[in-house]
Design a protein around this ligand. Structure first.
Ligand SMILES: Nc1ncnc2c1ncn2[C@@H]1O[C@H](COP(=O)(O)OP(=O)(O)OP(=O)(O)O)[C@@H](O)[C@H]1O
Length: 265
């Protein structure tokens, strides 16, 4: 939640960690993609992760909910902790990952809506099937969420009749329907024209104002600077954390990251 000012809850509001990743490592085909990354995100924070193409941003995000399984390290989200202590991924690990994912809403670059279902069905499906919420309650909840993202009037349409921005807002509503503790976004606006991207970003800003915890992998430096509480730069499988997104201070020793940042300003 950015812009703490007079009357805002202040730093104590951020005291409660929702996500804690410690020493996450991931090797693909002998390539050290993540070299022991740690990141804590507290309740209500909006953290943007940026960095050069191929530096491991998506891999790190996907490790947070075990869509990608880290080789070592631990992730805690809400009350679930998974520590990788052995190279084997067991049935018990998968069960724990299932419990952890129940706390996480994930939004992908490519929307990933079910094409043969209406927008409303897309949003109410998981609460009914996974959480066994009564259909009439799930429907009312889904309509409220669609209203929040500006899509209530087109709830009965199918995804292929929607703009990309509308589809992405539907995908956000679908993720929110599971009442997550944290939302993860993997380049949510990269496939969108600037105007449609702005519709999506404004939904994310509104969620931030409500206190939702959000982690966003993005190439949108303007959004990262303007809306984030923290910008985290990744490079070479490590992170360089910037406390103040306005000044974009980067440790002087990190020349490659400085060059990357200059190219984005
Ligand atoms: N499933 C996989 N198998 C093998 N290599 C992979 C896999 N996923 C990612 N990689 C490799 O890991 C590295 C990091 O990829 P990743 O997608 O995490 O980077 P990124 O920073 O998100 O890039 P971009 O900004 O271009 O999306 C790349 O070299 C990529 O080719």
């Amino acid at each position: 939640m950015s812009g703490a000012g007079p009357g805002s809850p202040g730093p104590a509001f951020f005291a409660d960690p929702v996500v804690r990743a410690e020493r996450i490592r991931k090797v693909f085909d002998g390539q050290d993609v993540l070299r022991g990354i740690s990141l804590s995100v507290t309740r209500g924070e909006l953290v943007s992760i940026i960095g050069p193409s191929g530096c491991g941003k998506s891999t790190f995000l996907r490790c947070l909910n075990f869509l990608e399984i880290p080789d070592s390290g631990s992730v805690s989200i809400a009350d679930v902790t998974i520590a990788r202590t052995s190279p084997r991924w067991t049935r018990a690990d998968e069960d724990a990952a299932h419990r952890l994912r129940a706390h996480v809403g994930m939004v992908f670059q490519s929307f990933n809506l079910f094409p043969h279902r209406t927008v409303l069905d897309n949003v109410m499906l998981a609460p009914v099937r996974v959480k066994h919420v009564k259909p009439d309650i799930a429907r009312a909840d889904a309509l409220a969420l669609l209203d929040k993202v500006g899509l209530a009037a087109i709830a009965t349409r199918y995804p292929d009749t929607l703009s990309g921005g509308q589809q992405q807002r539907a995908a956000i509503a679908r993720a929110l329907a599971m009442r997550p503790d944290v939302m993860l976004y993997d380049e949510p606006t990269s496939a969108l024209d600037p105007e449609l991207a702005e519709e999506v970003l404004s939904v994310m800003r509104a969620l931030d104002a409500e206190g939702m915890t959000q982690i966003v992998v993005t190439h949108d430096m303007r959004f990262a600077r303007a809306a984030s509480d923290r910008v985290v730069f990744m490079d070479g499988g490590e992170i360089v954390e910037i406390d103040d997104p306005d000044t974009l201070y980067v440790a002087p020793k990190d020349a490659r990251t400085r060059r990357f940042l200059r190219s984005m300003l």
